[in-house]
Design a protein around this ligand. Structure first.
Ligand code: F0G
Length: 352
């Protein structure tokens, strides 16, 4: 049976204007993958799942929101889209613009966008411009140009992005039969955590599905919501969340607080260790996408969160293939052997 596009499947729950003209790449419907070994390592008697949103069409969760933002923009007659991006939004905007036959312009921080993301934006035909500045400055610039010219802004300041992104909460509830006890996820510009909270609250109002506590996780070098002030020069290996002035920071803090959860920070080492640990269970995500679980590990080991008997979902926002250099730069070259059977057997079984 052909599956319906995300926005049609959740038509009754997603608030989009009449003029919306659907642009879809069959996003969403991503798997909730059990992580039993990691759960046993981290704590006692709890269930842990990865919502692997890196399995969306362009390799990140951004596609959920982009289908909505681009469908709305196309319907109202937009001819061009623009966004600032640490990479994933750029690739997603470029793909949906291509699908819709619209021009896409993306503004990125120079030298800080992972290879797979930049290649994606180029492959889908976006006009890519870079600035010697951070994502925060790029966002400021695209907001201004979209106010002065007829170019649709598709960053998560665009509320339709959140309408699309909240559908992940619906999928999680439908698969588990209720909301999880904790949801942990990375936080950058803070649109996603805001969207999840919208989604969980909406579903709970309709179906009493319960509400999770939210554990938002920033990188220590880009943690404005933990520090309580913006960060002028954010720095982290998790370039997706290298953001010092999150556009939806206030809402994210409110969501975390209202849920009974919090926003914390993890070091780059903790994030990279969790990236490796997840890959060891068959789930390869980009560094930022391991932040939610790194935060969970930290909270459990520090005694700040007791997960016994609970169900925890970690949102893995982007695929490992987005940022291959993180792995390949520190990778030993594959061992060379002679092209014959005995070399292979000797190598594998250590025969002399
Ligand atoms: N994870 C990944 C893989 C991301 O690309 C982002 C954001 C986040 C988490 C954080 O989500 O911003 O809603 O809090 N990437 C944006 C981009 C900023 O331009 O691709 P958020």
């Amino acid at each position: 049976m052909v599956k319906l596009p995300l926005l049609q499947r959740y038509r009754a729950l997603v608030d989009l204007p009449e003029h919306t003209k659907l642009v879809s790449l069959h996003e969403g419907d991503t798997p909730l993958i059990p992580l039993p070994r990691l759960a046993t390592e981290l704590g006692d008697g709890f269930e842990l799942f990865a919502k692997f949103d890196g399995l969306n069409p362009t390799g990140s969760f951004k596609d959920r929101g982009m289908t909505a933002a681009v469908s709305e923009a196309l319907g109202r007659g937009a001819k061009a889209l623009i966004c600032a991006s640490t990479g994933n939004t750029a690739a997603s905007a470029a793909a949906y613009a291509a699908r819709a036959g619209l021009r896409a312009i993306v503004l990125i921080p120079e030298g800080k966008v992972a290879t797979g993301k930049l290649a994606g934006a180029v492959a889908y035909g976006a006009q890519v411009l870079q600035i010697a500045g951070s994502f925060d400055k790029a966002l400021e610039l695209v907001v201004e140009i979209s106010e002065r010219h007829p170019i649709a802004l598709v960053n998560s300041l665009n509320s339709y992005r959140l309408e699309g992104q909240k559908t992940s909460a619906f999928e999680i509830i439908e698969e588990l039969g209720r909301a999880p006890d904790w949801l942990c996820l990375p936080v950058g510009n803070a649109g996603n955590i805001t969207a999840y909270w919208m989604g969980f609250r909406q579903y709970h109002q309709l179906h009493s599905s319960g509400l999770p506590r939210l554990l938002g996780v920033q990188a220590a070098g880009a943690a404005p919501l933990v520090l309580g002030h913006s960060v002028e020069q954010p720095e982290t290996v998790a370039t997706a969340i290298r953001i010092g002035k999150p556009a939806r920071g206030e809402q994210a803090l409110e969501a975390a607080q209202e849920s009974g959860g919090r926003i914390i920070a993890c070091s780059d080492d903790e994030i990279l260790a969790m990236q490796r640990r997840l890959a060891a269970e068959g789930v390869w995500v980009e560094p930022a996408s391991a932040a939610g679980l790194a935060g969970l590990a930290k909270e459990i080991s520090g005694g700040d969160v007791d997960v016994k008997g609970m169900t925890v979902v970690a949102v893995c926002t982007g695929h490992g293939l987005k940022d291959p250099n993180i792995i390949s730069d520190s990778m030993p070259s594959p061992i060379k052997i002679e092209a014959n059977y005995s070399s292979l057997e000797n190598r594998l079984f250590d025969y002399k």
